[in-house]
Ligand binder design. Structure first.
Ligand SMILES: Nc1ncnc2c1ncn2[C@@H]1O[C@H](COP(=O)(O)OP(=O)(O)O)[C@@H](O)[C@H]1O
Ligand SMILES: [Mg+2]
Length: 608
């Protein structure tokens, strides 16, 4: 066998293997090109999930005949004027997308340069370049991609159903649209319009807020916390959903670095870290976060589809994200997502007999109509920052017979607390309380679980982790790498209650474990830890685990549903909830209480 240079067409097919893995990637590349061309309007049309046709049209700067010829050549780009790979201002920079698409599909570019009189069109089919033809079109470009992967049948087989490709395409387009709110976007397939987003105006902040609302919908708008934080030239802005608004997958986590949508593992990990206290492992928060990073601090040229980046100081970025989110969540205090009580309200259906006449359309504010994004988010953010009234007041008095006269007075005083005065316990599970302007229903088990958990965490923070010696030290055999990794972190592990020592080449002996763990599977713990240490933020792994264990213990040590509480106990529970951070949801992201406003109740009864 002799070494040879591969022909250009084959090189492009190979490149396409990385850059263009499915229709959504084509859409992403073409829409990015339109954005880079300063388009104000971008429209995408699909046939058969993008397999038969993807057409992207823009009103951007366009290309002249000469530029068209260059555009389809490998490594030809207008985006690196100074050969500077550090200060990249555009989404594209490798000059790879168009030649790659041309190598595996039938590609036609039709474009008119900004000040050009006439338009031209050029095709590349399976790597074979056609000739320039005169065409007619207004300013801007139209890029059509037909029969994707016709030239690479093996790849064709991996495509999913049109439906699932369309979902991916829609997701890619929406991610870009969130980062560029002043551009209008449209996506349509054979049957219908799938995305239609008008250009938003105002300053970037307002425009973005409006665009996020249009894409992410009302639930998010109403339970999102505004995030704004800065550290050493990095700036994080955007919105983070309350933990009670959680999802079964991470699909609704929209992350952007310098205007580029990413699915970066570091950022996703930081997000998980920030929410870990509030959500079960298999639940995911909903966020839209925009990180602005100094060009020198981040390398965007590390992933074929630029979906991941590399940071010079990953710890700094992680720290910024985790602390900004935790801070916001802590400020949100004991509040649960408003959508929870609205969902509850939605479930109440007034029993109206037909004879009562007329149809009942409850809560026009909550159902149908436009998402109330602009107002909702700003309002929500404001409300969360407002201090809670009356938190410093003395604990509730006992409701004894001789105190009956003070009772009414006391009731009134209690009602001024955010969570009000306990009135009753229902089904031995729910505490109902009356507040100044409505009522509150508390899930006593969920609430207590949260309180116990927070108490345990405080203990750990104050007194450190208590350790227990093992009667018989346990020897754990590991792979050499794993053993080394654990031993390298011996001191930190000891601080967290786990004392280990080397024991021959591939083994480790465990002498003490955190008391909190009780009788634990030491082998499993060490293996898991060694695995977790491979990932970032090594020292955190054991701590996270401890906190998770706290959660489990808290769950078992809590007032179970089914226990009858006295009035005093109920009020004490309410007061402690008010004073405890994060008490609006249990450790699993379920709300601990819901609040109904009097006005909502009045609406239920048609009084409003
Ligand atoms: N929609 C468009 N409008 C104007 N110019 C475009 C458009 N699409 C592509 N181009 C030109 O073609 C070049 C090559 O595009 P591409 O292969 O995607 O590489 P890159 O975006 O990395 O430069 C771009 O640098 C740009 O000059
Ligand atoms: Mg490009």
């Amino acid at each position: 066998m002799s070494i040879r240079l591969l022909p250009e067409a084959l090189v492009n097919q190979i490149a396409a293997g990385e850059v263009i893995e499915r229709p959504a990637a084509v859409v992403k590349e073409l829409v990015e090109n339109a954005i880079d061309a300063s388009a104000g309007q971008i429209s995408v049309i699909l046939r058969d999930g993008g397999k038969a046709l993807i057409a992207v049209e823009d009103d951007g700067v366009g290309m002249t005949a000469e530029e068209l010829k260059l555009a389809v050549q490998r490594h030809a780009t207008s985006k690196l004027p100074d050969d500077d790979l550090v200060h990249i201002q555009s989404l594209g920079f490798r000059g790879e997308a168009l030649p790659s698409i041309g190598a595996v599909a039938r590609l036609t570019l039709t474009s008119r340069g900004q000040s050009a009189e006439d338009a031209w069109s050029l095709s590349v089919e399976g790597g074979v370049l056609g000739s320039l033809k005169p065409a007619a079109r207004p300013k801007g470009s139209k890029i059509e991609v037909r029969d994707l992967f016709f030239a690479t049948p093996a790849r064709l087989k991996f495509l999913k159903s049109a439906r699932s490709e369309v979902m991916q395409i829609r997701d890619s387009l929406q991610r870009l649209a969130m980062a560029y709110p002043t551009i209008s976007f449209q996506l349509a397939d054979d049957q219908r319009t799938l995305v239609k987003l008008g250009a938003e105006s105002g300053d970037l902040f307002d425009a973005r807020l409006a665009r996020l609302g249009a894409v992410m919908g009302r639930d998010f708008a109403e339970s999102a916390l505004a995030i704004e934080a800065e550290r050493e030239g990095f700036r994080l802005t955007g919105y983070a959903g309350l933990p009670t608004l959680n999802r079964a997958n991470a699909q609704q986590q929209y992350l952007f670095i310098n205007g580029r949508p990413v699915k970066d593992r570091l950022l996703l990990g930081a997000l998980r870290g920030a929410y870990q206290d509030f959500l079960a492992r298999d639940r995911h928060p909903v966020v839209a976060l925009f990180l602005e990073a100094p060009a020198e601090a981040v390398d965007v040229n590390v992933h074929p589809a630029k979906a991941e980046v590399r940071f010079r100081e990953p710890g700094l970025v992680r720290g910024l994200i985790v602390s900004a989110l935790r801070h916001a969540l802590a400020e949100a205090g004991h509040r649960a997502s408003p959508s929870v009580s609205q969902a509850a309200l939605g479930a109440f259906r007034p029993a109206v007999s037909p004879s009562a006449g007329g149809s009942v359309t409850p809560f026009p504010g909550y159902h149908g109509g436009q998402p109330r994004i602009g107002r909702g988010m700003a309002e929500a953010a404001m409300a969360y920052h407002a201090p809670l009234p009356g938190l410093s007041a003395a604990p509730a008095k006992r409701n004894e017979p001789d105190a009956q006269e003070e009772c009414a007075e006391e009731e009134a005083a209690l009602q001024s607390y955010p969570l009000g005065a306990a009135c009753a316990q229902l089904h031995e599970t729910y505490v109902v309380a009356q507040t100044a302007d409505g009522l509150v229903i508390v899930d006593q088990h969920a609430a207590h679980e949260r309180l116990v958990y927070e108490r345990m965490k405080r203990q750990i923070a104050e007194h450190g982790v208590e350790r227990q010696s093992l009667l018989i030290p346990e020897v754990v055999e590991l792979e050499e790498d794993s053993a080394n990794r654990l031993l390298a972190r011996r001191e930190e592990l000891a601080e967290l209650g786990l004392v280990i020592e080397p024991f021959g080449g591939v083994s480790v002996v465990v002498r003490e474990t955190p008391s909190l763990l009780g009788q634990t599977n030491v082998q499993g713990l060490l293996r898991d830890l060694a695995d977790e240490l491979v990932e970032l933020d090594q020292a955190l792994a054991l701590k996270e685990r401890l906190e998770e264990i706290c959660g489990t213990i808290a769950c078992h040590g809590s007032v179970r549903s089914g226990r009858r509480l006295t009035q005093a106990e109920m009020n004490a529970l309410l007061r402690e909830m008010e004073a405890t951070p994060h008490s609006g949801q249990c450790n699993h992201g379920r709300p601990t209480y819901i609040a109904l406003q009097l006005s909502d109740i009045e609406r239920l009864f048609g009084r409003r």
